[in-house]
Design a protein around this ligand. Structure first.
Ligand code: PMP
Length: 440
């Protein structure tokens, strides 16, 4: 009898696979996944940040049951419903704005459809044809969201016409040797002066931490300077909080760390706690400019929006931003202490429970250690830990665990990682173990 993973490989398309090891999940509880053999694996990914409350959280289960027992339709397109309207009201309340502009909320299923909706509507509503984003940015996997992304995994995708891709400011690998990111601002100014007049640009897409591009935390002050420059030219600032928003970084919104005020905010992943739910919050002049412009049948369905309420309730009631901050600090510190023994760790960075561990072949040359990263996540999986790697060079271990993670669980994760690092360094992980696990 083939096992679950073997059955998967016979029937499920590779087009949607990003596999690092043969993980076959049959259940979950809190920060743990249960695999087909009944093993409990500590989940430091939370399905790329989507399972924000962990697995089978009672608040989520209750909300789901209640919404399904008296289902208020299945869509927002041609009727409205209480959970969807009240979730929009709530998102407007908890998302700061620069004031003045009336705002509206759009609901979708994914970060991809939300960012695609923004990319299309800012261009159509303002009449400005161009967009700016960052090299390494991942804003989604649909045609319109890939068009404004700069991640190497999407090299095949067509880009938005006139898209400007800026280098993302990476303090570990500074652009033009300038760790403040100032050289990138200069570069943009140069583009504004020659070839890309700012009045042709509708919007700037930002990740407040560039996650799939390598969990890169921008230098303090950079985002504020960049946004103010763009906003001074009437360019809308879109902050993609899909992965790092909603309490993950120790504040409700990640952009609060940087003191800038976006014009539009995208939420996804953690908002649905594991269900498909995303949202855009933006100015009415963009969000109201047309009707029937970006819609899918199940958008705003009352089951997902009821769950969105349960996620926000739990974040507030259990003070999960504070937990993410405290446990994240502890986890980062413990990971840094691994650096003494393991010179392969070049950098540990992050905010709250959005953490990256960059692997390098030596700290002097900072050469990315991609194979070691692939082996490390594989070995960690064998030892009971789930984490994946990200980055344009595939060498950053990403940690986006459930926001409910405890310090004991963080300690357990570091023990496993330490063991896995020893095993990789000791040559105990053969090359061929990675066959069929290309990652990205
Ligand atoms: N934005 C960011 C910052 C992301 O990290 C991702 C996914 N990794 C997306 C958008 C796309 O989200 P989804 O895969 O849910 O469509």
């Amino acid at each position: 009898m083939p096992n679950l993973y073997e059955r998967d490989s016979r029937v499920i398309s590779r087009l949607q696979k990003l596999r690092f090891f043969p993980l076959a999940v049959t259940g979950g509880e809190g920060a743990y996944l249960i695999d087909e053999k009944g093993r409990r694996l500590l989940d430091l990914s939370a399905s790329w940040g989507a399972a924000s409350l962990g697995h089978s959280h009672p608040a989520l289960v209750d909300a789901l049951k209640q919404a399904a027992e008296n289902q208020a339709g299945a869509s927002i397109l041609s009727s409205t419903s209480e959970p969807t309207v009240s979730l929009a009201e709530r998102l407007l309340e908890i998302t700061p704005s620069s004031g003045g502009d009336e705002r509206r909320v759009w609901f979708g299923h994914s970060g991809s459809d939300a960012n695609e909706t923004i990319a299309r509507s800012v261009v159509a509503a303002t009449g400005r044809p161009r967009l700016i984003s960052f090299s390494g940015a991942y804003h989604g996997g649909t045609a319109g969201s890939m068009a404004v992304s700069g991640h190497s995994v999407q090299e095949h995708a067509e880009k938005a016409s006139g898209l400007v891709l800026l280098p993302y400011p990476d303090p570990f690998r500074p652009y033009a040797g300038d760790a403040s990111g100032g050289a990138i601002i200069d570069l943009l100014q140069q583009k504004f002066d020659e070839g890309c007049p700012p009045e042709e640009v509708a919007a700037l897409f930002i990740e407040p931490i560039q996650s799939d591009g390598g969990m890169i935390v921008p230098p303090q002050g950079f985002m504020k300077r960049l946004c103010e420059l763009c906003q001074s030219h009437g360019i809308l600032v879109v902050c993609d909080e899909v992965k790092v928003g909603l309490a993950r970084t120790g504040k409700l919104h990640c952009f609060e760390h940087d003191g800038f005020m976006p014009d539009l905010v995208t939420l996804g992943k953690g908002l649905g706690g594991g269900l498909p739910l995303s949202a855009v919050i933006g100015p009415a002049r963009i969000m109201e400019f047309a009707t029937s412009f970006s819609m899918q049948t199940l958008h705003g369905n009352p089951i997902c929006t009821a769950v969105g309420h349960a996620v926000l309730d739990t974040i507030e009631k259990d003070n999960l931003a504070e937990n993410a901050n405290r446990v994240g600090e502890h986890l980062q510190q413990s990971l840094r202490s691994l650096m003494q023994k393991h010179s392969i760790i070049g950098d540990v960075r992050g905010r709250g429970l959005a953490i990256g561990v960059e692997l390098v072949s030596s700290r002097e040359n900072r050469e990315p250690a991609a194979t070691a990263a692939a082996k490390l996540v594989y070995r960690s999986f064998e030892l009971g830990l789930v984490a994946y790697y990200v980055g344009m060079n595939s060498n950053i271990i990403e940690m986006t665990p459930p926001l409910t993670l405890t310090t004991d669980e963080a300690d357990q994760a570091v023990l496993i990682l330490g063991q896995a690092l020893d095993d990789v360094a000791g040559g105990k992980v053969p090359d061929n173990i990675l066959d069929g696990f290309e990652g990205w």
